[in-house]
Design a protein around this ligand. Structure first.
Ligand code: MG
Length: 394
């Protein structure tokens, strides 16, 4: 098998779909609950075909990602797809002037090929052993829908209780952010932290992710002190430095007790190591789609292991379940974004896989796919019906 394997063709299929009851918040960026609204969205499937009839598939990425794939397609055609480490390093160098999301998409598809070629699920190639993973309910951003929305601290507290009832061991708040029309937004963020803890007691781990919304370091510190009071498990990307200033977060770590989680916006392996050594975070964030694929994510996980740190994987996907199944120094799978009245925030692109609110088992865990490669089945009939464009190389 393996030895003579070659990449023969790379295709990117773009599809369009609609998400019910979703709109955007004040700045037009964050998705929020909006009953009766329909949000139009675009998705992509990457296909890497080989001369042995095995095709690597990856769902994810945006137009910028696939512009980068186009830039390196000529290099990939004819390569052995099993030489992932070489391809990772060559493509990393080729894309050194941009964010390298294209490398991430390619690498994930190559791991899918490897799993299919060797006839095992991806986590087995990585030396994984976990069959299920403890998950946290990661909410949509706060909204302003009085009836049934996440429009108040009490609404977050109630939703946390609902999630605990379902079996979730942990819950993460994405607050309202910095609405310029709302002078009291920091007080409301603090109230959401304190009221959610008061509602669930000690029975859940709680996290807060302002997603870089707060304007000032001082506001971030104020909310961090509320996280201390409420014994939060972590405090993530608080303010508008964009989650990249090691210096600022080192100073914040000196003033609050709650562990910080940074790294979602620090790109790739080497920068994650630098950021950690500079004292910028307690937990390290990593994401296969942002950080050089499964190869890049596992390098970050092992670097963190060497520093005695935990790595927490961002956002839910099949590839992330396989990685987490194979990493010791990690705690929770991010299941989201969820809301009491939004059915899904993702395209229904798989026949046998979901990351929606109900995807957990009774013990609050999600299963790790057991099929070969990524171990999930794409609903090609649905993708073809929603196809809006396709590019192939050559
Ligand atoms: Mg985040």
């Amino acid at each position: 098998m393996a030895r003579g394997m070659q990449i023969t063709r790379i295709s990117v299929v773009e599809f369009g779909f609609e998400l019910a009851d979703l709109g955007t918040d004040y700045n037009g960026f964050n998705s929020v609950y909006s009953p009766g609204s329909v949000r139009r969205a675009t998705g992509h499937v990457l296909l890497v075909e080989t001369n042995e009839g095995i095709t690597g598939e990856h769902v994810g990425g945006d137009r910028n990602t696939y512009a980068q794939v186009g830039q390196v397609a000529h290099y990939l055609i004819g390569r052995n797809p099993l030489e992932r480490e070489r391809i990772y390093n060559d493509v990393k160098r080729a894309l050194r002037k941009v964010d390298k999301f294209g490398l991430s998409a390619i690498d994930i598809a190559l791991w899918d090929i490897a799993g299919k070629a060797y006839g095992v699920p991806l986590y087995e190639l990585l030396g994984g052993w976990k069959r299920t993973l403890p998950a946290y309910a990661s909410t949509l951003h706060g909204d302003h829908v009085r009836q049934g929305g996440l429009s108040s601290p009490e609404a977050f507290a109630d939703f946390a209780l609902q999630c605990r009832e379902m079996g979730y061991p942990a819950f993460k708040i994405h607050g309202w952010g910095n609405d310029p029309d709302d002078a009291g937004y920091i007080r409301r963020e603090v109230a959401a932290v304190l009221e959610t803890r008061a509602a669930v007691g000690e029975s859940m781990d709680l996290m807060l992710d302002p997603a870089c919304e707060y304007d000032t370091w001082a506001d971030a510190l104020r909310v961090g002190r509320a996280c201390d009071e409420a014994s939060f498990f972590w405090y993530e990307d608080p303010y508008k430095d964009g989650g990249v200033s090691a210096f600022a977060h080192k100073r914040m770590r000196e003033l609050i007790k709650t562990p910080l989680l940074l790294g979602e916006h620090v790109r790739n392996f080497e920068q994650h190591v630098d950021f950690s050594l500079a004292g910028g975070t307690d937990f390290l964030r990593a994401d296969a789609h942002y950080d050089g694929g499964v190869t890049g994510l596992m390098k970050i996980a092992h670097a963190a292991e060497g520093l005695g740190m935990d790595v927490e994987i961002h956002a839910p996907t099949p590839e992330h379940r396989h990685c987490m199944a194979s990493i010791r120094n990690t705690n929770y799978y991010e299941l989201g974004l969820v809301h009491p009245h939004v059915k899904t925030t993702r395209p229904p692109v798989y026949l046998d896989y979901s990351d929606d609110l109900g995807a957990i088992q009774g013990n609050g865990h999600v299963p790790v796919p057991q099929g070969h490669g990524l171990g999930v089945t794409i609903d090609w009939e649905w993708v073809r019906r929603h196809e809006t464009g396709r590019v192939s190389y050559p």
